[in-house]
Write a protein that binds this ligand. Structure first.
Ligand SMILES: Cc1cc2nc3c(=O)[nH]c(=O)nc-3n(C[C@H](O)[C@H](O)[C@H](O)COP(=O)(O)OP(=O)(O)OC[C@H]3O[C@@H](n4cnc5c(N)ncnc54)[C@H](O)[C@@H]3O)c2cc1C
Ligand SMILES: *[C@@H]1O[C@H](CO)[C@@H](O)[C@H](O)[C@H]1NC(C)=O
Ligand SMILES: *[C@@H]1O[C@H](CO)[C@@H](O)[C@H](O)[C@H]1NC(C)=O
Ligand SMILES: *[C@@H]1O[C@H](CO)[C@@H](O)[C@H](O)[C@H]1NC(C)=O
Ligand SMILES: *[C@@H]1O[C@H](CO)[C@@H](O)[C@H](O)[C@H]1NC(C)=O
Ligand SMILES: *[C@@H]1O[C@H](CO)[C@@H](O)[C@H](O)[C@H]1NC(C)=O
Ligand SMILES: *[C@@H]1O[C@H](CO)[C@@H](O)[C@H](O)[C@H]1NC(C)=O
Ligand SMILES: *[C@@H]1O[C@H](CO)[C@@H](O)[C@H](O)[C@H]1NC(C)=O
Length: 534
């Protein structure tokens, strides 16, 4: 393999690997003590419960308090590598103590906590210290280690150039490792596609503890890691990304509508417009409801129509005037600014003079507990369906709920569904992310919020994609199935959620997984299964 990246130290390749099946033979030896012994050469980066900072290291990247309860299973150890060679040691020691699972954590935003919770003895490989970013403005590329966040990447790009960007998401604390592994979208998706559509190379440590770049891992595995979901194929240490061009001036407009402003009709009409707009224009909707948005004791959901246009305000207003005049966007709803400042406005929901340094905050703004689900819509919904959604947004049983409605079209439908594992391309008008959040950790309150989101998801069945009912893997949802239910074989069980996330690409993912990780070393509740053990 080539070691051309400055991010990968040259000290790594000298670990003697045992023949592969050794760890299987040795799998009865799972005593944590023996395991920690094996790791003694890297003890400086290991936290076990005897270290006083074990809990602060564990909790630091837990974004969803639902998985931070006293009864939540805790890792035997947390390894925080600063060199790739330490990842190799961790993998080899886990293999020789075969029943330990490894959970890899980058930003810790997994919606089901899979990067830091397992119901088997496990360790966390926390990549928080592997987060360097190097930007090459001459070639419009960047090498980014997985432990960096989306916000850190945005910040580093902005330091070097205001006309370069990367098509990543809205939430700055999301980790690059998980984000890119599952596809990764943001407000540039109609112009530049997903994060995975802009990955040029990657470094990965496989189940043998070997490091590969694109060339040595081969095109099958390189395909699989660009959207096949985190935690199945290996540990991606760094990604080479293609940076994209944005104009010096972009325009961001936010117009908030309530039912009095005709929000319901506007959402209905938006369905016929949004995926067909100029690809320089993203026009999405955030529906906010729950107790948090009530006003004067009365429920009052709002629809925020958010436009990001890669160009000046006048041009945007003239496009909207032709295509969607009902929305009534005017200049006072809009801010002309640089792309990076527009990202800050999107994060805050309104114009702000925050310093760019807020992008460097690794803690999610949304503290509390939450649950997500996703859907794809392929035909406009009838007006009554939207009225039904609106009624549910009025619920006072839940603290806060957001439906994130993301228009597709543009670049998204020009990429074939087999080019990356992410299959939701042409034919999809928009995606819906359903999010519910709460603060009180009591069982009863959690159940009430989970019931709310399951009910609306059930309600939506007739209006969304079918056979399979598609879902976005980065909006991880264990309700749609796990690998081990009902005592059936893992593969049969997995195909239920597998086709929802990956459609026909699921079979190819299983094929790649079986080839590169035949003993199913990298595994979790929704990891890609192997066909059958060798
Ligand atoms: C507040 C919030 C906002 C979000 N906004 C967006 C958005 O705008 N757009 C969007 O597309 N998604 C968004 N997401 C979803 C997000 O992309 C996923 O949750 C993503 O997987 C998080 O990555 P992470 O590194 O922070 O998470 P982690 O929990 O660290 O990892 C997620 C999964 O990937 C695995 N993994 C992590 N690092 C690696 C690695 N280096 N190699 C291999 N596997 C790895 C983990 O084991 C786990 O299975 C959001 C999530 C939250 C909570
Ligand atoms: C945790 O404690 C062990 C035993 O004292 C020590 O060897 C190790 O270096 C400590 N870890 C860290 C990160 O300080
Ligand atoms: C990057 O740019 C340099 C010149 O700045 C050039 O020599 C090199 O070949 C480029 N690399 C790639 C991968 O394009
Ligand atoms: C809704 O919020 C108000 C304060 O904003 C609070 O008094 C009330 O108890 C909340 N209702 C529920 C059901 O949580
Ligand atoms: C929209 O177009 C109409 C007719 O072309 C014009 O009268 C109106 O002023 C325009 N509105 C805006 C906000 O540009
Ligand atoms: C629009 O509504 C959202 C959610 O209710 C709020 O956070 C935001 O500040 C509002 N923005 C403007 C510009 O009114
Ligand atoms: C900008 O910052 C100043 C000082 O911190 C503050 O007083 C002002 O209200 C801010 N303006 C906006 C629009 O946020
Ligand atoms: C959480 O809700 C329960 C009722 O289910 C209540 O008894 C408790 O006081 C609440 N806790 C907090 C911190 O609000």
């Amino acid at each position: 393999m080539k070691l051309s990246s400055p991010l990968i130290p040259l000290t790594l390749s000298f670990i003697l690997l045992s023949p592969y099946p050794l760890w299987v033979v040795a799998s009865s030896n799972n005593k944590p003590q023996a395991f920690l012994q094996c790791l003694s050469s890297i003890s400086k980066v290991i936290y076990s419960p005897i270290n006083s900072s074990y809990f602060s290291v564990l909790d630091f990247s837990i974004q969803n308090l639902r998985f931070s309860k006293p009864e939540t299973p805790k890792p035997i150890a947390i390894i925080t590598p600063i060199h790739v060679s330490q990842i190799q040691v961790a993998i080899i020691c886990s293999r020789t103590h075969g029943s330990l699972q490894i959970r890899t954590r980058s930003g810790g935003h997994d919606f089901e906590g899979l990067s830091y919770v397992a119901h088997h003895p496990f360790i966390i490989l926390d990549l928080i210290n592997l987060r360097s970013i190097s930007i090459d403005v001459k070639n419009n590329t960047a090498w980014v280690q997985s432990g960096a966040t989306v916000g850190e990447l945005y910040y580093k790009i902005a330091e070097k150039s205001r006309s370069l960007a990367f098509p990543a998401g809205v939430c700055p604390s999301v980790g690059i490792g998980g984000f890119v592994s599952g596809g990764g979208y943001g407000y540039l998706l109609r112009k530049y596609g997903l994060a995975v559509d802009n990955v040029l190379d990657a470094y990965l440590v496989d189940a043998n503890g070997e490091v590969h770049d694109r060339e040595s891992m081969g095109e099958d595995l390189f395909w699989a890691i660009r959207g096949g979901g985190g935690g199945s194929f290996g540990i991606v240490v760094a990604w080479k990304l293609r940076l994209v061009l944005v104009p010096e001036t972009v325009t961001i407009c936010i117009s908030n509508k309530t039912v009095k402003d005709g929000a319901i009709d506007l959402i209905y009409e938006w369905q016929y417009v949004a995926d067909k707009l100029d690809e320089n224009l993203y026009l999405g909707i955030l529906l906010n409801g729950g107790n948090i948005s009530s006003e004067g004791g009365k429920p009052n959901p709002t629809a925020s129509f958010i436009s990001l246009f890669l160009g000046k305000a006048n041009k945007l207003l003239s496009i909207l005037n032709k295509t969607f005049p009902q929305l009534g966007v005017t200049k006072k709803d809009c801010t002309q600014t640089s792309w990076i400042e527009s990202a800050l406005i999107v994060i805050n929901g309104s114009p702000t003079n925050n310093s760019l340094r807020t992008l460097l905050n690794r803690k999610s703004q949304s503290v509390g507990s939450f649950k997500i689900k996703s859907d794809y819509v392929q035909q406009p919904m009838p007006l009554d369906a939207i009225k039904g959604i609106w009624e549910r947004l009025k619920s006072q049983d839940v603290k806060a709920t957001t439906l994130d409605i993301v228009p597709y079209g543009g670049k998204m439908c020009k990429i074939f569904d087999f080019e990356t594992p992410f299959p939701h391309r042409a034919g999809n008008l928009y995606m819906i992310g359903y999010l519910v959040g709460w603060e009180n950790q009591s069982k009863e309150i959690e159940e009430r919020h989970l019931s709310w989101i399951r009910e609306i998801y059930n309600y939506m069945t007739p209006f969304v994609s079918k056979f399979p009912r598609a879902a976005y893997v980065n909006y991880r949802d264990l309700d749609i199935g796990t690998n081990t239910e009902y005592g059936k074989t893992s593969h049969d069980q997995a195909s239920i959620w597998g086709f929802k996330y990956f459609d026909k690409n699921f079979n190819r993912l299983v094929h790649v997984k079986t080839k590169v990780d035949p003993y199913d070393f990298f595994r979790h509740e929704q990891s890609i299964p192997i066909l059958s053990p060798p």
